[in-house]
Design a protein around this ligand. Sequence first.
Ligand SMILES: Nc1ncnc2c1ncn2[C@@H]1O[C@H](COP(=O)(O)OP(=O)(O)O)[C@@H](O)[C@H]1O
Ligand SMILES: [Mg+2]
Length: 299
Amino acid sequence: MSKIYEALNRAESDLAGSAETMAKMMKPLRVSTNSEIPVQTPPLNETFHHELDFDQIREASWYPDLQALPAVSNRGGALEQFRGLRSHLQEFRDQKRIKTILVSSGLPQEGKSFVSANLAVSFARHKSTKVLLIDGDMRRSSLQKILGASATPGLSEYLSGEAELLDVVQRAKQVEPHVPLPKGLSSLAFIPAGGDAHNAAELSGSPRFAELLSHVGPLFDWIIVDSSPVNLVSDGVNLARHCDAALLVARGGVTEYKTAQRAVSELKASTILGFVLNAVSDHKSPARYYGYDNAATKA
Ligand SMILES: Nc1ncnc2c1ncn2[C@@H]1O[C@H](COP(=O)(O)OP(=O)(O)O)[C@@H](O)[C@H]1O
Ligand SMILES: [Mg+2]
């Protein structure tokens, strides 16, 4: 077993107990931006006028895990919290043109995939905005489980040149003719991570990632890229180079300050939008179930 896998396994088993408890409690999110981090805007992706159309995207049967996808449901604290995060990002967009956001954190189990999937759904359910969710964690992919979608072919096959764009991108198929897809799934497209890639670091540095983003860019309003933990492997940093910005996740009561600080420094070449403080409960806050805590955004 490689050192990287040993480190991932160790970090995962250290956090597994608390993660399980968090998952059961389904605690809300709080959003915090970090305005003190010096930001450098990478150039926006070139907009190639490719003839890709949403209807051309292959339909596939999805069986979403609704426990892990509270943003699909029509009520609940998590739905409100993701709505808060969404409007916060939309405000960022008013200041700076951002479309492709990499979601990352320092270590495994902090909630990167949970936040990526729910943020993508939250964007997509708002006025049927077209959203592409990409699973960029080619070592420990999990978005296919959350969406109940097929895992391959995906990003690793695309980056290695074994598959082309239309082979790897999928959207949910309407199962019953008279039952529309849940809000948030009908305008969502997904690129799974693909088969387990032992050469994920190398693949993530492929120029084909930039090419992929430039092809899909014109079709989507937002592109959310989930990633592997940046403190352990370089894949996330490689993918971030081609994204417009990065959003970091810290897990309440679990992520240590130095871990979060190290994640920021790993992504220092990217525009960091801020931290999502995931799985926290703030008993004092009356806004607990009605959007994010504004005080936290000034932290
Ligand atoms: N806010 C949350 N509420 C409930 N469960 C959560 C929350 N955030 C993460 N989880 C759960 O914790 C586990 C780890 O989260 P995940 O997103 O897979 O972490 P990462 O992608 O950073 O490794 C998953 O089972 C996920 O469903
Ligand atoms: Mg993950």
